[in-house]
Design a protein around this ligand. Sequence first.
Ligand code: MN
Length: 292
Amino acid sequence: MTIGERIRARDAEVGGISVRRLLPYRARRTIGAWCFIDHMGPVTAAPERSLQVGPHPHCGLHTVTWLLEGEIVHRDSLGSEQTIRPGQLNLMTAGAGVSHAEETAAATTTTQHGVQLWVAQPDATRHGAAAFVHLAELPEVGFGSLRASVLVGGVGDQVSPAGVDTPLVGLAFVSATDTSGTVPLDPSFEHGVVVPRGTAQVAGEAVTPGELVYLPPGVPSVDLALAAESHVLVLGGEPFGESVTMWWNFVTRGRDEAVEATRAWNAGDPRFGTFDSVLDRIPAPEVRPGIR
Ligand code: MN
């Protein structure tokens, strides 16, 4: 097989630390229902350089948090307070509205390294209830010498308990030593492959942090080889048949909904709930002209 588009990340900043934004990109807004891929760190936490994201809202999406190193405390308007560590998954469903904050755990000087992913909710569920689940353990799969945790969806009979609304898969490959194998893919899915740490060969091509490789629908498998101490994410899904508008932390259909979500958050509308946080609430910026 040949790989499709190969994209370089854009640099951005979230909560005081630099991130590599791999999705959306110019030519593509979604891969399956995955609509946002931020790779944060690695950065060594210090009071002036640690992840501190104050209360902010979401709608129309799931957030998926996955760490390679360090830990983050999540608090939300559902009353959740949860520390997440490497190998664990946080899945928050926004539906019509939720708000949360993410902090580097107090008094840590450890390295922070992880990914934050968003999954667009389809029209059928995007006005629904908010929810939060923490999964301390995930199913694992192996292909050749490759080993992966199943974040969402499944391969064969290994299925993640994380509930999402559209056909989707997320696999996290971790290697202590050189590993390789052939990963079976659902040919009705499109996929993106990113490398948060180390180096991987994807269909024979070297891929490093800050790059995303897109695999179009129709690909039945991909050969993957990880150098020692590498970490690779394979994220896929059925092409998302709905056109989404992404503005700030909102996934909507069209500009008017984004304007209304912005107004509601800035007015303290109960739609997004409330909770106590030592961090400042983050105001929503006015929707930029040109957002459709
Ligand atoms: Mn968030």
